[in-house]
Design a protein around this ligand. Structure first.
Ligand SMILES: NC(=O)c1ccc[n+]([C@@H]2O[C@H](COP(=O)([O-])OP(=O)(O)OC[C@H]3O[C@@H](n4cnc5c(N)ncnc54)[C@H](OP(=O)(O)O)[C@@H]3O)[C@@H](O)[C@H]2O)c1
Length: 251
């Protein structure tokens, strides 16, 4: 049943697009938006079955949920995705820029195209979707954009220099679009620390990441989803990047 209780469903009636929403952190954010009452478009690039499963799970809690495919490494596809979400949901109130690549790029193999690829998929996509959605949001007089950055934006990882630089761009884009789209549209970011290791990561690397936090443990996708809900309900916060990192950024 479609919920209307503003206490339990504080985002009832809001319309949201989550890029890379089919799995892991993206899925947790889709589910938290749905549980809060928002209709959702679950974007994916290459995993339709998982995206459909996530949309099914969101629909089961009583909201509209659909799937959209796009390669966000292509600017035109970013714009088309935003348009598709607006057409499907009948508007767009929340854009979550979550999709990204995280590719290990050690010195021995690091090449200029690694930088180009990370900037295109992780940062240029945020620019393109924020511009497309932002114009609509400004015209309608409200909206929220949440970008998923990374703590490596401020303290780059040696084996992931292009990735870290792309996330620094995401933090800067968050501030830039917060200024560009003010005063009625807010733009914030979440900078996760170690939440879920990438597939195939050396367990010793994961252990080092944990030991570098103050809290000495992995975070959970639900921690990121909780930060998302907080930022969406914090009307005097904009241009801010919230670290959800177990204290990693100050160790
Ligand atoms: N996991 C962590 O601990 C952690 C830590 C810090 C920051 N983050 C950030 O949090 C976000 C989510 O992390 P995650 O670990 O859940 O990511 P993930 O499992 O690697 O998923 C990334 C998503 O991005 C999509 N994607 C990748 N390339 C794309 C492209 N060219 N076009 C469109 N979509 C593309 C993928 O879609 P398909 O699967 O459909 O291909 C996937 O759904 C990312 O921005 C990541 O940088 C994560």
């Amino acid at each position: 049943m479609r919920g209307t209780d503003s206490t339990h469903r504080p985002l009832a009636g809001r319309k949201a697009l989550v890029t890379g929403g089919s799995r892991r952190l993206g899925r947790a954010m889709v589910m938290s938006l749905a549980q809060a009452g928002a209709d959702v478009v679950v974007h994916h690039r290459s995993d339709p079955a998982r995206a459909v499963a996530t949309a099914d799970a969101a629909r089961a809690v009583g909201v509209v949920a659909t799937v959209a495919q796009a390669d966000l490494g292509v600017a035109e596809a970013c714009v088309a995705l935003v348009q598709q979400a607006q057409d499907t949901l009948g508007g767009l109130d929340v854009l979550v820029n979550n999709a990204a690549i995280f590719e290990r790029t050690p010195l021995a193999t690091l090449a200029p195209e690694d930088f180009d690829r990370h900037m295109r998929v992780n940062a240029a996509s945020v620019h393109a979707t924020s511009l497309a959605a932002g114009k609509t949001m400004v015209a309608q007089g409200h909206g929220d954009i949440i970008n998923i950055a990374c703590i490596s934006a401020l303290r780059p990882y040696a084996g992931y220099v292009p990735y870290s630089a792309s996330k620094a761009a995401v933090v800067n884009l968050t501030q830039g679009f917060a200024k560009l789209l003010a005063p009625h549209v807010r733009v914030n970011a979440i900078a996760p620390g170690p939440i879920l290791p990438p597939a195939g990561e050396d367990p010793a690397q994961g252990e080092r990441a944990i030991q570098a936090t103050l809290l000495k443990r992995w975070g959970s996708p639900d921690d990121i989803a909780a930060a998302l809900l907080f930022l969406l309900q914090a009307p005097y916060v904009t241009g801010y990047t919230l670290a959800v990192d177990g204290g990693r950024s100050i160790t």
